[in-house]
Design a protein around this ligand. Structure first.
Ligand SMILES: [Zn+2]
Length: 66
């Protein structure tokens, strides 16, 4: 099929009505701790992501450095 693009980062666009940390409705209860947990998760995710990018760079550098 042509002309069909995968929807990248679509998960970031559709916000669930439920908290993804405690799985309760966002309008119900206090989610300050949840947002902290989410921040920690996100930074862990980005740390892993950046480490992956660095590893790929290192691999490429090795490949081209002859
Ligand atoms: Zn929550």
């Amino acid at each position: 099929m042509t002309g069909v693009r995968p929807r990248l980062a679509s998960h970031a666009l559709d916000l669930p009505n439920h908290c993804d940390i405690c799985n309760k409705a966002r309008s119900h209860g206090n989610h300050q701790r949840c947002s902290k947990v989410r921040q920690v998760r996100q930074s862990a995710y980005w740390d892993a992501y950046m480490a992956n990018v660095e590893a790929k760079k290192a691999q490429q550098g090795r490949r081209y450095a002859r």
